[in-house]
Design a protein around this ligand. Structure first.
Ligand SMILES: [Zn+2]
Length: 83
């Protein structure tokens, strides 16, 4: 009985860490964090929080997933992403 419990615990913890590992990889690759200005004329998202484009923002600067920024119709900033 004890052995069965240990086996289940090992199995569950292995499964959990494997899933977390996969998520972490996909977050790093696809859900890169980007900065965007909430000003209504703003149309880009920025990789660099010190970019001229984001520093000229007069509204709030938010940090969100790149996927979310794309859903909002934002395009990559030419200054940040040309480097
Ligand atoms: Zn930029």
């Amino acid at each position: 009985m004890k052995l069965v419990l240990i086996f289940i615990l090992i199995f569950l913890s292995y499964d959990g860490s494997a899933q977390k590992g996969n998520n972490a990889v996909s977050i790093n690759k696809k859900d890169e964090l980007v900065y965007l200005c909430t000003g209504y004329w703003a149309s880009a998202y920025h990789k660099n929080s010190k970019c001229d484009g984001i520093l000229s923002c007069k509204q709030t600067i938010v940090k969100i997933n790149k996927t979310e920024a794309l859903k909002k119709g934002r395009k990559s900033c030419k200054m940040c992403y040309s480097k």
